[in-house]
Design a protein around this ligand. Sequence first.
Ligand code: MLT
Length: 220
Amino acid sequence: MDGEEKLALIPKKGESGMKHIFQKGSDESKPTLLLLHGTGGDEYDLLPLAKMIDEKASVLSVRGEVLEHGMPRFFKRLAEGVFDEADLIARTAQLNDFLNVSSEKYGFDRNNIVALGYSNGANIAASLLFHYAGALKAAILHHPMVPRRGIELSNLAGTSVFITAGQNDPICSASESLELEKTLAEAGAAVSIHWENNGHSLSRTEVAAAGEWYERIFIN
Ligand code: MLT
């Protein structure tokens, strides 16, 4: 990326205070891709993936506001894999509000957002699905966990979800990935799961698989 391109991408403060990048796509009928990075990442990390998924779509890439030893995240955790539930709920509401405000500000369709999240970013995207039916049209979740248990999900009919998971992921076990798939499917979402064998890392093959899934749903 050259200097001028980087300047155009300088994070702005939205009304709700979340740092983000918005890039207007060349085709407004496309979904807006909501990018949510993993722990220690930022709003620049997943931009290349968005281009691979749909180069004509608008992109809204957000930085998590929680800092864990200086590493941005979307919500607090008490330990590895143990979420601070109150914080998760509050930050999910904040992100949902931010999507409302951003759709007005940038003029994109609030009902046509496709989230693309990795790890902690996939977890808050899953939390949006759990708490706000209609918040997302679809979601690509790379290595997500089950964000909460013991709550009833709203009807997710009409929502499509693509999960990529690791058979040997030390952070999110294969059984937890299957549990998430089942929970979302029981709420009415159309869920597909793609398996990898590269631990918790995000590999090229799963990005390519997500691209093929997106193409089947949104391009063909
Ligand atoms: C989380 O805390 O969201 C998960 O453990 C994934 C991670 O960020 O490592």
